[in-house]
Design a binder for this molecule. Structure first.
Ligand SMILES: Cc1cc2nc3c(=O)[nH]c(=O)nc-3n(C[C@H](O)[C@H](O)[C@H](O)COP(=O)(O)O)c2cc1C
Length: 211
């Protein structure tokens, strides 16, 4: 049996209809309009919004429905600042030149002054905690976007936790995760201080139809 793969090159039939306002429902519009935001107003999110965002995370799919996640919500400014300093150090000591360069900028802020950081830790004994937690976080980002709340993934949290010294930073700051759980997803959330940018252009040829 031969298989024919057809590289997808943004055919007119697709973009012609998909990006039309009239054919787009609210969920898809939210997905297409969500952006990673790197400048936040200081305003804290209210309890209802935080609750709805976490609830969206708790309703993500998970391997064998293990729901292997745990949600940690950090709003304490002093704690966020201390964690920010530790994350910045990780960037500055990274092997990746681009990270060192970004972190070396005088105005660089790891958390972009966002008022809240969500860390989704996963049970390392579960089937697929990395996927469970990442799907939960994507649900949270989309739920937030639907409420007019922006977000940005914080890879530095996972980088920090990946070293023994970094793990000690969390415990020294009194940030404890459940036994056997570790961070698989982290993001800051808040109200954007800038107008939402357009999406970066999508890569060509990243879809293959078979059949
Ligand atoms: C695994 C992963 C790690 C990321 N880490 C960071 C990060 O540490 N800091 C940051 O500002 N953005 C981070 N981002 C956000 C990406 O830069 C962003 O999603 C990408 O540029 C596309 O922009 P958009 O989210 O607005 O579509 C990360 C995204 C992913 C998926």
């Amino acid at each position: 049996m031969s298989t024919v793969t057809t590289p997808f090159r943004s055919p007119k039939w697709m973009w012609g209809t998909i990006n039309q306002e009239s054919t787009m429902n609210e969920t898809i519009r939210t997905i297409l309009e969500r952006r990673s935001i790197r400048a936040y107003k200081p305003d804290q999110l209210d309890e209802t919004s935080i609750g709805q965002i976490v609830e969206a995370g708790r309703h993500a799919p998970s391997a064998m429905n293990q729901q292997s996640w745990h949600f940690t919500v950090i709003r304490d400014r002093t704690l966020l600042e201390a964690l920010e300093i530790a994350c910045k150090k990780v960037f500055l000591e990274s092997d990746i030149e681009a990270l060192r360069e970004v972190a070396g900028r005088p105005d660089f802020s790891v958390f972009y002054h966002a008022p809240v950081l969500f860390i989704v830790t996963g049970d390392t004994g579960a089937l697929a905690p990395q996927y469970d937690c990442t799907l939960a976080m994507e649900n949270m980002m989309l739920a937030a976007a639907s409420l007019g709340i922006s977000s940005c993934w914080m890879h530095s949290i996972m980088m920090l936790y990946s070293t023994e010294k970094g793990k000690a930073v969390f415990s020294d700051l009194g940030i404890a995760f459940p036994e056997r759980y570790e961070p698989f997803a982290a993001a800051v959330f808040g109200y954007s201080a800038i107008s939402l940018p357009d999406a970066a252009p999508r890569k060509e040829g990243d879809v293959t139809f078979i059949g």
